[in-house]
Write a protein that binds this ligand. Structure first.
Ligand SMILES: O=C(O)c1cc(=O)[nH]c(=O)n1[C@@H]1O[C@H](COP(=O)(O)O)[C@@H](O)[C@H]1O
Length: 232
């Protein structure tokens, strides 16, 4: 059964036991799961397999950014692991993204979705300025999304604030994965370009990556259910 929920829970835990304590309360029809740099560095592919054995789709969020050959090999390794989604940094450029896209062709219908990170949701104008980027975050997202689309990727990671213009420019099939999701009046933490779940749904986001609003909640399952209720 494929999951119809747009929610991807970011399992950013220090300890496997804490992550699995949450996962054991979840059902694969409620959400997908994201494994990022922290847990993958601690626990490696075995942790991904443990989640897959529980029938969850896994987004392997390692944001590859390297020379084309290395990234092509890395996304192939992710495909060998059977993950549902994998990402690269669009700022690695179109040659790197095309190499990744081509490397996944041999996996046919079993290939993971390949998504490019545009401008991290933790970044705002001054973060781009200090890197020598004079475009606004929205302009830079559009530029990088254009490269990702030309490179044949399935979509981008962006903030929900850019979703409308991206859907308008690249069409409904170009998938938008948005972290930086916060409930109204909740702390933004280190995120800068944020939106509520219902507003993100209204602007056409395909998948919402949500971590701390769930994982740091007193009752994580109740927090997830409240978010899902907001999306119905
Ligand atoms: O690729 C990502 O998942 C990602 C991209 C981005 O631009 N911003 C971003 O926050 N993320 C990830 O999304 C998750 C957001 O977590 P919370 O801020 O706790 O909801 C983290 O695991 C981040 O690593």
């Amino acid at each position: 059964m494929s999951c119809k929920s747009p929610v991807i829970v970011a399992l950013d835990y220090e300890k496997q036991a804490d992550a699995l304590a949450l996962v054991s309360q979840l059902d694969p029809s409620l959400c997908r799961l994201k494994v990022g740099k922290e847990m993958f560095t601690h626990l490696g592919p075995q942790f991904v397999k443990a989640l897959q054995q529980r029938h969850f789709d896994v987004f392997l969020d390692l944001k590859f950014h390297d020379i084309p050959n290395t990234v092509a090999k890395a996304v192939s390794a992710a495909a060998d692991l059977g993950v549902w989604m994998v990402n690269v940094h669009a700022s690695g450029g179109s040659r790197m993204m095309k190499a990744a896209q081509e490397a996944l062709q041999r996996f046919g219908d079993n290939r993971p979705k390949l998504i490019a990170v545009t401008v991290l949701t933790s970044m705002e104008q001054q973060d781009l300025t200090e890197l020598g980027i004079t475009l606004t975050p929205a302009e830079q997202v559009m530029k990088l999304a254009g490269l990702a689309a030309q490179s044949g990727l399935d979509g981008v990671v962006c903030s929900a604030q850019e979703a409308s213009m991206l859907k308008q420019q690249f069409g409904s099939a170009f998938q938008l994965v948005t972290p930086g999701i916060r409930l109204a009046d909740a702390a933004a933490d280190d995120q800068r370009r944020v939106m509520t779940p219902s507003a993100a749904k209204a602007v056409g986001v395909d998948y919402m990556v949500i971590g701390r609003p769930i994982t740091k909640a007193a009752d994580p399952l109740a927090a997830l259910q409240a978010i899902i209720a907001e999306l119905v």
